[in-house]
Design a protein around this ligand. Structure first.
Ligand SMILES: Nc1ncnc2c1ncn2[C@@H]1O[C@H](COP(=O)(O)OP(=O)(O)OP(=O)(O)O)[C@@H](O)[C@H]1O
Ligand SMILES: O=P(O)(O)OC[C@H]1O[C@](O)(CO)[C@@H](O)[C@@H]1O
Ligand SMILES: [Mg+2]
Length: 447
């Protein structure tokens, strides 16, 4: 989809008529930066692209800016809010929970905030998960904990039952923190709310260790993931350098998008091969991965390989496709396949070597956020609160062109963000690694 086809209109529950409590000067002094609904951030930054639209008499598409509004929709003294975290873990989940709770409680005076346990399961009575009261006291020391204090789950749940539950709890704003699946569920929940004529705002906070949510330039936890992945790469490099013909093979998360593998490989310029889902490669053949690896190892004495979990899935085509509880395709382990193929390749050629396989995937996504991500989560969580309090709904708080913005939920779930094989990130990876196309002239995969 082209940017000019994106509908950036944000839905509201009704007119915001209540003066924001943030208008009152705080005891500490200092003001609040209020944002008007007509403050907008252009989707395009490239002047040429904007000029092109002008030539065609098209308006340049722009997102609504996030931030506190002068008028709010909900009466804070009566409002009840709920938070839920779904899908895979990600560094920063607790930071988001904390910033949402603190902003609601201290700045808006909302005293009833409820944590839903174990993702969407928490709404469904048959699972028996109790809710958690979220207060400044209960979130005071959660930042040093990884994971999510609310827990998570995968698996479809009945949307009508979820809305029944929201009605029972008299929720006014639901904050849903999760990836593409969660945001798809959030969109359906928002639609069911509208059909019932209820006044419940649904605000999405995009979470993805893969950094793959469309129209979200940066997602929380990604910076931390790159940091920890870089340490794994550093370890693999040390291991590889220490032994004759040493090879360090690291598998990183990235189902359909190789941002983590590509970015972490650039953080230390000692990776020789990066394999990502967006760029196909051959394992065998004169220009395939194994021959290239052999050349590198025999010439330089060691090599470091980073593979994203979704890379090379075409090598498992003979196997049945399986799905997890949420309907996501279960990936076959490309790391283990490469490990076996590397070992047998060097053995067949009679070349002694030492291979170390490192898979830090679950360590990376379950650890606490780094400082940079914490600051980012603080902005994101607070802007999610401002959006909900002003009566906006069915939106995702995103970061775009260095600004926090509101993106309609349905636009975010139309597709995944992917590494552009013709773009700067991948070109820089190729420059830094020096790896070739890893494709044979007439590749068996292309036939
Ligand atoms: N299209 C959909 N409609 C309704 N519910 C959905 C849909 N897709 C996913 N869900 C539900 O949303 C929740 C989270 O989805 P999922 O497990 O795919 O994780 P996610 O949010 O995509 O996060 P991640 O991709 O980071 O793991 C699950 O309970 C899942 O059943
Ligand atoms: O093992 P799980 O919990 O199903 O999650 C694995 C998937 O979750 C993710 O971390 C996304 O949250 C993917 O990178 C990975 O494929
Ligand atoms: Mg997902």
């Amino acid at each position: 989809m082209r940017f000019e086809d994106i509908d950036t209109t944000i839905q509201t529950l009704g007119e915001a008529k209540i003066p924001s409590p943030l208008l009152q000067p705080t005891e500490r002094g200092g003001g609040t930066y209020f944002v008007d609904d007509d403050e907008r951030i252009l989707l395009h930054v490239n002047q040429k692209e904007v000029a092109e639209l002008k030539k065609r008499d098209l308006p340049a598409p722009a997102f609504e800016s996030a931030g506190p509004r002068r008028k709010i929709y909900f009466d804070p003294s009566k409002l009840r809010c709920a938070l839920v975290t779904c899908g895979g873990l990600c560094p920063g989940l607790n930071d988001i929970i904390r910033s949402v709770v603190l902003e609601l409680h201290h700045r808006y005076g909302v005293k009833h905030i409820c944590g839903i346990r174990h993702g969407l399961q928490g709404f469904i009575p048959k699972y028996g998960h109790s809710t958690v009261d979220l207060t400044p006291e209960s979130v005071v020391s959660i930042l040093d904990k990884g994971g999510s204090i609310l827990g998570s789950s995968r698996g479809d749940q009945d949307i009508e039952e979820i809305v029944d539950s929201l009605e029972r709890m008299h929720i006014g704003i639901l904050f849903m923190i999760g990836g593409d699946g969660t945001l798809a569920a959030a969109s359906k929940i928002a639609d069911a709310i509208t059909t019932r004529g209820l006044k419940i705002s649904v605000i999405g906070i995009p979470k993805t260790i893969d950094n793959d949510v469309y129209l979200v330039a940066r997602s929380f936890g990604f910076d931390t993931a790159v940091d920890i992945a870089t340490q794994a790469i550093s370890g693999a490099h040390n291991e590889a350098e220490a032994y004759p013909n040493g090879i360090g093979l690291i598998k990183l998360m990235g189902r359909e998008s190789g941002f983590l593998a590509a970015t972490a490989a650039l953080a230390r310029q000692d990776v020789n091969f990066v394999l990502i889902p967006e760029v196909s490669f051959d394992i065998d053949g004169p220009n395939g991965f194994l021959d290239n690896l052999e050349e590198r190892v025999t010439q330089r004495g060691h090599a470091v390989v980073v593979v994203a979990e979704g890379a090379g899935q075409e090598f498992f085509l003979d196997r049945q496709t399986q799905h997890d509880a949420s309907g996501n395709v279960k990936l076959y382990d490309i790391g283990l396949l490469l490990k076996d193929r590397i070992l047998s390749h060097f053995q067949e050629r009679g070349i002694p070597m030492s291979l170390k396989y490192i898979d830090p995937s679950y360590i990376i996504r379950s650890l606490p956020a780094n400082s940079n991500d914490r600051v980012f989560c603080s902005f994101l969580g607070r802007d999610a609160v401002h959006a909900g309090m002003s009566g906006k709904t069915k939106l995702v708080v995103s970061h775009w062109n260095n600004h926090f913005v509101h993106v309609p939920m349905d636009q975010v779930i139309t597709q995944r963000k992917k590494v552009d094989p013709a773009g700067k990130l991948w070109a820089t990876v190729l420059e830094a690694t020096g790896q070739s196309s890893l494709k044979n002239p007439t590749s068996p995969n292309e036939e």
